[in-house]
Design a protein around this ligand. Sequence first.
Ligand SMILES: Cc1ncc(C[n+]2csc(CCOP(=O)(O)OP(=O)(O)O)c2C)c(N)n1
Ligand SMILES: [Mg+2]
Length: 355
Amino acid sequence: MYQALKLPLDQCHRFINADGTLKHTIDEQEFPLLLECYKAMMQIRIFDKKCVSLQRTGRFGTYPSVLGMEAIGIGVGKAMEEEDVFVPYYRDQATQMLRGVSLYEILMYWGGDERGADYQNCRQDLPNCVPIATQCTHAAGVASSFKIRKEKRVAVCSLGDGASSKGDFMESLNLAGTWKLPMVFVINNNQWAISVPRHLQSGAERLADKAIGAGMPGEQVDGNDVYAVYRAVKRAVDRARAGKGPALIEAISYRLCDHTTADDASRYRANEELEKAWEFEPVKRLRALLENKGLWNESQELAWAEHCQANTDKAVELFLNTEAQPPHAMFDHLYAELPTQLEEQYATLLARHHA
Ligand SMILES: Cc1ncc(C[n+]2csc(CCOP(=O)(O)OP(=O)(O)O)c2C)c(N)n1
Ligand SMILES: [Mg+2]
């Protein structure tokens, strides 16, 4: 089955199989955590669907859905400590939600309002990075500061499979390995970089092997298994915190959605492959496991879905009722002192706004 998709899922770390059975035993004490993960994954799935609808009805900007990749984000978020710093790319709503970024803030950001990046919680987490892989260099900087200040904190950097072909990533990886920085790279390998499939991106059999040249451990995990992601990231984060240096984790998943709302994946991707990928998706398998263990049932599912929808609707209402900032706000917070040219443009815009 996996071969049809060409996902190397049989070789990578996994606890929860696609049908909800266990490949490896999970300690009973961990089940409350799994329940929390499931609830969070449902919240992000319901919220994410609403974001796509908002864009389709003209009330939102371009939006990158996280459909099918929820387990990666939630596993990463659960593995981090509050004092760590998360350095995201643009498909990290799930981790951000667990870190304390509100659904309202996520909506504001993707609605084109930078106030959404001024997180009221987790104030040291970095904002979304849309330029591919540049966040890796920022994360290396954050991790360097932790090392210099002897702080027991870890920078966790998230990136896509496509981003792992960029120089910024390779340079950050090299620096992290050389300086033994307290950082963890997590690759969300969703098999596509927009329309470029994984096999055309890199000659490396496993993206995790890129760690070898940088002198750090690299590990492949089933990114559709939230517990496998959590365990791998937690181990790497604990290790980095203990001063043993960085690690790279490749979480293998599949992008069940278009690249963004500006994309139409049916133009370059076979429907048969997409249908196959749905068999491995992360939410269904965790629900099956929890139900088998007697920890979840249909009525809880319905009640929780309703709760998640209410949370989403509340945040959407607040977002839609937030007054947009004036156009000249785009100049705010860019520079301590605006360069002359920008100062002129700022003055022009200000005059028009008040005319
Ligand atoms: C520096 C830079 N080059 C190109 C782009 C255009 N671009 C946006 S998303 C993307 C593909 C990224 O794929 P991947 O890293 O696999 O992340 P995914 O979107 O699949 O999560 C590209 C090339 C960009 N945003 N930044
Ligand atoms: Mg990708």
